[in-house]
Design a protein around this ligand. Structure first.
Ligand code: BJ8
Length: 425
């Protein structure tokens, strides 16, 4: 931790005492969960470095950008079209909201029976402990769930917030509404930055983000192999880091990691025992440092081969389709791409059920663990349909409902072990 960093955090208005407590806690957790893994790919070194310096270099880059007149736009959901932000010369940052640390702070204001993701993100602002929140000029929220949209109203008392309306259906009229929202978002970002989004800079931004999606697709394709060359924990970390690291650098580092994994595959090198049950995790997103379920699964002898979530396949599966021509056509292509994210906020949402079954087959999963955050009614209710669909497909399912605390870890471990035992026999 350099003096430079402390100065920078102070300038950003960070509560240094709380912040020290947070960073001091992260080190040992990372050591136990990540660095203790055996046979990790060398390419994970970059991602270890990024987490080790989580509030250092990247925050400095954003601060420099801001000092030079650039804007930083923070987001909480994969529905916010980052291409538009890049096109206008601003930098988007996907905020983490995976730490228990900030939950009690949020509970001083928000109802306790709110999902941990909402409480964690709100607590980071309230406690002034996240430099990514502090450095951002605008937070972009969305209307994906009731808890979030009401939290954004309160968050707006602390920092500028703009909320995009995400429709709840996938009808033609909903798509039109969403396209209108994308156009309105472009106007907001243009006003914020003073720069115009043009067909040229938008097409460059589309290419930039598509390249990162391609790199992540490549990483996930490598996880389909038997034996799997990278752990679920490491893969999850790569996706988590790609929410806030520089898009070009991240694409490069994921590609370098994949080059190494290609060699592992060719040599038949795997990270888990041959008979380790292969698990697909499906459900709510897992932001840094939420590694709880993956850690329990992988220390119980399983290997996570895919995440059907917004910190998984929903983040990168579809590319924005390239179109020749007008800005309007490009914006339409961007809007269309985002409407293919099968979040549980949609009704009906059969596409997500299809995805889970298809992914389980593609990744040769022996079972699915459905993960939903306590008090998240959208995913909890959709889990009923997931259960029925998987039963029909003959794929074993374990439903987990939890939060960010460690209080239920022992109980979760027992349930996970019983599930893996059932799969093995
Ligand atoms: S597109 S999954 S990132 S909304 S877990 S806050 S739904 S009560 S996170 Fe999400 Fe966008 Fe959808 Fe993805 Fe509400 Fe549920 Fe909490 Fe949630």
């Amino acid at each position: 931790m350099t003096t430079d960093n402390r100065e920078m955090w102070k300038e950003l208005g960070i509560d240094l005492k709380q912040h020290d407590t947070l960073l001091n806690a992260l080190g040992p957790i990372y050591q136990e969960i990540y660095l203790s893994q055996r046979d990790r790919p060398a390419g994970m070194g970059f991602f270890d470095f990024v987490v080790g310096d989580i509030h250092g270099i990247r925050v400095k880059e954003l601060t420099e950008h801001a000092k030079n007149g650039g804007k930083v736009v923070a987001t909480y959901c994969v529905f916010v079209p980052e291409e538009i932000v890049w096109a206008a010369g601003a930098i988007p940052v996907g905020l983490c909201a995976g730490a228990q640390f900030s939950v009690p702070m949020a509970e001083a204001v928000l109802p306790r029976n709110t999902c941990a993701l909402i409480k964690s993100s709100f607590g980071f602002k309230l406690g002034r402990i996240c430099p990514y929140v502090q450095v951002s000029h605008l937070i972009v929220g969305e209307t994906t769930c009731d808890g979030k949209k009401k939290m954004f109203e309160i968050l707006a008392e602390y920092q500028p917030v703009y909320v995009m309306e995400v429709p709840n259906k996938k009808t033609r009229r909903s798509r039109e509404l969403w396209f209108g929202e994308v156009l309105a978002f472009k106007d907001v970002i243009e006003r914020l930055t003073g720069n115009s989004v043009t067909d040229e800079n938008l097409s460059q931004a589309i290419h930039l983000v598509n390249e990162r999606r391609r790199a992540l697709q490549r990483l996930y394709n490598l996880r389909k192999v038997r034996p799997v060359p990278i752990s679920g924990k490491d893969s999850l970390l790569v996706t988590q880091v790609s929410f806030y690291d520089d898009v070009k650098r991240c694409t490069q580092m994921v590609s370098t990691l994949c080059d190494e994994l290609d060699k592992r595959v060719a040599a038949g090198t795997g990270v888990a025992l041959k008979d380790a049950p292969r698990i697909l995790v499906s459900g709510s997103p897992m932001a840094i440092p939420n590694w709880k379920l993956h850690h329990i699964l992988e220390t119980a002898g399983a290997v996570v081969v895919c995440e059907e979530s917004c910190t998984g396949t929903r983040f990168f599966t579809d590319l924005v389709q390239p179109v020749d021509g007008t800005l309007d056509a490009e914006l339409k292509a961007v809007a269309d791409r985002y409407m293919n994210i099968h979040c549980a906020c949609f009704t009906p949402n059969e596409e997500r059920l299809d995805d889970i079954v298809n992914l389980a087959k593609e990744y040769q999963a022996d079972g699915v663990v459905h993960y939903n955050l306590q008090f998240c009614h959208t995913y909890a209710n959709e889990a009923i349909k997931v259960e029925r669909r998987l039963e029909k497909a003959g794929i074993p399912l374990l439903r987990i409902e939890t939060d960010y605390s460690d209080e239920d870890s022992g109980q979760l471990r027992t349930r996970v072990e019983a599930f893996l035992e059932m799969i093995r026999h």
